[in-house]
Design a protein around this ligand. Sequence first.
Ligand code: GLN
Length: 186
Amino acid sequence: MSKTVGVLGLQGAYAKHSKMLDQLGIKNLIVRYPDEIEKCDGLVIPGGESSTMSILIDQMDLRKPLQRFKKPILATCAGVILLSENKSSAKVKPLHKLPLLCERNAYGRQIESFMTTIEIQNEHQNFPAIFIRGPKISQIKSNKVEVLAQLDNSPVLVKYKNIMAATFHPELSNNTRIHEIFINLI
Ligand code: GLN
């Protein structure tokens, strides 16, 4: 049976992830309801605005299904903040699925967005990484978190068990490699 990847479609760059999965021939579904999440074999949590997504997660009763979800996840940018172990604040209540802390907006404002190339561990080609108000991973709290790529000595792509997390936007480049690595986890 073919696998279905869910793309959390509450806010942010979900459509671009869906397009990239289409391009790879992967069946995917924009998910917004608890029962939809449960049906997926993997899940993408996109970038966007973590505070808005955090509110919508609770409004849509998605907190429990997301916490229960044990299949592979690809989190990008705001998605990393949502999975982190950051302390809950009035703005963002993270899901604590990824043992790391991160600092929101650490690369500056929208106008300071940039693209750079990063080297991914065990990959032959560099990857074009697009940073838009991304978080910086400030502390890794488990030795099971593998750092797959860094920028200026800061981790920007990590893997923890079956969760991949990128502080940039792989879906906005035309390189599908990170999505391929994620799909191979499913
Ligand atoms: N700055 C956003 C936040 O804090 C993340 C930005 C992004 O996902 N591109 O949620």
